[in-house]
Design a protein around this ligand. Structure first.
Ligand code: AMP
Ligand code: GLY
Length: 423
């Protein structure tokens, strides 16, 4: 069969790598893809939001299945656009992707269906939000309602900071229209875990757990980024936690969406915090995480096409997921200065070391081909993933493989997976 993947980052490279393993797949296309993806798929120069061109391409090439990976097109209705032309697509329709697209929607859903999450209030004007803050306990968390590249969350320690935050989100529109509404919520403490799940509208099947490192600097300092590294599984995500989440969070979320007339098919990414009062939802995403996919998918034994089709056809109850009992660590290689200001266009050396390896992967995030050479083309450039028998071995393998790669202004965190030592 022919598969089209929509997207261009490290997550999409991990997805394409996983899809390429399926014996059912003859040909993969990726729109727009990147220089690494181009080794496994034919990249087509169509943007992720160009729904007419994407669907025309899928019709012309007789694509059997399209996988829409990023949040923006999902929330804007990419899957609906494919379905409207009679094409099969994996991912939630717009009315279900709102689970990620609107934080106010997701908080109201959790409240209505008693799914554990931080206490909160929604606001659609700055005056009410500022008034609410006067009596609120600090620290407090401010969230722009809409999509903001994972950056629309402010944690404020003082009332002054919180007031400035409300102004920047709602009045100065720091995150654009994402800030037309906002959520103000209770600050929680605990360990964070990411759990990606396959969902078919009724059944939910969790994949293995992972943990992300969002801050730019070692010791979780510096600015929030798209993600500087991940490890999988999380040693803190025990069997008891999994059972609690299945009963109180995963299944209730899937049932709530169906009850609301918004059946969710695709991947729900549960961002969890393991608090002293039990696991609570930090956020939902309507897609695979980036760079969570880069540590979760290399550990999966299933044919991912079978699982995706089971989601689309409502047959997930017949499918068991199968993950290797090993571990993976992904270290993101970024351009010095990311996420603020950085240079691009530097030649990347050492990529061939990864060829033919089955325990090491170099997923491309921001790269491009220039005059026959692969050069840096973004803030996050590569994700180096290594497998190991356990987390410590995976981490040491990943940091060994980081040395294979060289480019000007190469930057990475040196403490990805440090939490492993505390387990
Ligand atoms: P989100 O995009 O909602 O996951 O938020 C980004 C990050 O902000 C999370 O990964 C947490 O580290 C932090 N965060 C979000 N909500 C809270 C909260 N209620 N309490 C503490 N930290 C939070
Ligand atoms: N790694 C977090 C995300 O994909 O949103």
């Amino acid at each position: 069969m022919k598969v089209l993947v929509v997207g261009s980052g490290g997550r999409e490279h991990a997805l394409v790598t996983c899809i390429a393993k399926s014996p059912r797949v003859d040909k993969i296309y990726c729109a727009p893809g990147n220089a690494g993806i181009a080794k496994l798929a034919e990249c087509v120069d169509i943007g992720v939001m160009e729904f007419d061109r994407l669907t025309d391409f899928a019709l012309k090439e007789e694509i059997d299945l399209t996988v829409v990976a990023p949040d923006d097109p999902l929330v804007a209705g990419a899957v609906d656009a494919f379905e409207a032309k009679g094409l099969r697509a994996f991912g939630p329709r717009a009315n279900a992707a709102v689970l990620e697209g609107s934080k106010a929607f997701s908080k109201d859903l959790m409240k209505k269906y008693k799914i554990p999450t931080a206490a909160y209030e929604n606001f659609d004007n700055a005056d009410d939000a500022l008034k609410y803050l006067e009596t609120a306990r600090m620290p407090i968390v401010l969230k722009a309602d809409g999509l903001a590249l994972g950056k629309g969350v402010l944690i404020c320690n003082t009332l002054e900071e919180a007031k400035e935050g409300v102004k920047s989100i709602m009045l100065d529109k720091k995150f654009g229209n994402a800030g037309n509404r906002m959520v103000i919520e209770e600050f929680m403490t605990g360990r964070e875990v990411s759990v990606l799940t396959f969902v078919d509208g009724k059944t939910v099947r969790p994949m293995t757990s992972a943990q992300d490192h969002k801050r730019a600097g070692d010791g979780d300092t510096g600015l929030n980024t798209g993600g500087m590294g991940t490890f999988s599984p999380s040693p803190f995500y025990t069997k008891e936690v999994d059972e609690f989440c299945m009963k109180n969070i995963y299944q209730p979320t899937v049932d709530a969406m169906t009850a609301e007339g918004r059946p969710f098919k695709g991947v729900i990414f549960f961002g969890l915090m393991l608090t002293d009062d039990g696991p609570k939802v930090l956020e939902y995403n309507a897609r695979f995480g980036d760079p969570e996919a880069q540590v979760v998918l290399p550990r999966m034994n299933n044919d991912i096409i079978d699982v995706m089709e089971a989601c689309i056809d409502g047959r997930l109850d017949e499918t068991e997921l199968d993950f290797n009992d090993n571990a993976a660590v992904c270290v993101v290689l970024a351009s010095e200065g990311y996420p603020v200001k950085y240079e691009k266009g530097f030649e990347i050396r050492g990529l061939d070391r990864f060829e033919g390896q089955d325990s090491y992967y170099c997923f491309h995030a921001g790269t491009k081909l220039k005059d026959g050479k692969i050069v840096t083309n973004g803030g996050r450039v590569l994700g180096v993933t290594a497998l190991g028998d356990d987390l410590k071995q995976a981490r040491s393998n990943a940091y060994e493989a980081v040395k294979w790669i060289d480019f000007d202004n190469k930057y990475c965190r040196s403490d990805i997976g440090k939490a492993i030592d505390e387990a």
